[in-house]
Design a protein around this ligand. Structure first.
Ligand code: SAM
Length: 243
């Protein structure tokens, strides 16, 4: 997969060198390039923003640097340009799965009051476009949103995770029918007087699977009932707070 990120604060994207995305790059599974949008300006101050038509507070990102950047990146019709914006579709695991199957993602990180609308319209003419929000809150810029989306997407690329089983049964994954993940434990068996549930040490894989499913269902009912199908909420078992 190829990922390009356009930003006026490229330093924000430094974490892409670290941890799993860094390893994926080293393995050759991922090619990520960060581009300074100011490289596509021509004035002495390398200006990327201007006052909004119609008045109002704040500045708006000018269209010309974006247009030049898209041309320089030789964007193809099959590419996807992702605009990070609080007015986009809310990002979730389904969207991460969808994006992980695309050959090239180009992230456009907004700043100020956002990007001139004509840039998004132009992008729709030359490529696929996604307008994605990280959640119902406002960040200062799109870089942190791009980082979060890239991390969620890149870990789904086949061959990326050392142990692909790690992706099975995760919260929000298709394998768990959208349930949150059950509680997890490791050694020692007793810590601070708290014991690991006996069933997890029983070696009975059927009992473990049943316990985990029930814990996942309870946790989801307590914390995110909106994720449960009505039938799962009303399956007869009273929901008690998980230990
Ligand atoms: N005036 C805009 C509005 O009210 O929708 C907010 C602009 S915000 C200060 C600047 C940039 O941060 C946006 O263009 C976008 O790229 C990014 N951003 C802010 N919140 C975001 C969110 N929840 N998800 C994704 N990107 C976000």
């Amino acid at each position: 997969m190829k990922i390009d990120v356009l930003s006026i604060f490229s330093d924000y994207l430094a974490p892409l060198e670290l941890s799993l995305p860094g390893k994926a790059r080293a393995k050759g599974l991922l090619d990520i390039a960060v581009h300074d949008l100011r490289a596509f300006t021509h004035d002495r101050h390398r200006t990327t923003d201007d006052t909004p038509y119609g008045g109002g507070a704040g500045m708006v990102m000018k269209p010309e640097p974006w247009g030049e950047a898209f041309a320089a990146l030789e964007i193809a019709e099959s590419d996807t340009i992702v605009f990070t914006t609080p007015s986009g579709d809310r990002f979730d695991q389904r969207k991460a799965e969808d994006l992980s199957a695309r050959p090239r993602l180009v992230f456009a990180c907004g700043r100020y009051e956002g990007i001139d609308q004509r840039v998004i319209e132009h992008a729709r003419e030359i490529a696929n476009v996604e307008e994605i929000s990280l959640g119902d809150y406002v960040l200062n810029g799109g870089e942190v949103a791009a980082l979060a989306i890239i991390e969620a997407v890149v870990r789904l690329i086949p061959g990326f995770m050392g142990n692909p089983e790690s992706l099975v049964e995760e919260s929000h994954s298709g394998d768990t029918a959208g349930l949150l993940e059950y509680p997890v434990y490791t050694k020692p068996p007793v810590w601070n007087g708290r014991e690991v549930p006996a069933v997890l040490r029983s070696g009975d894989h059927g009992a473990i699977a049943r316990w985990r499913h029930e814990q996942a269902r309870r946790r989801t009912a307590e914390r995110r009932p909106d994720l449960l199908a009505p039938s799962a909420l009303a399956d007869g078992t009273p929901i008690q707070r998980a230990v």
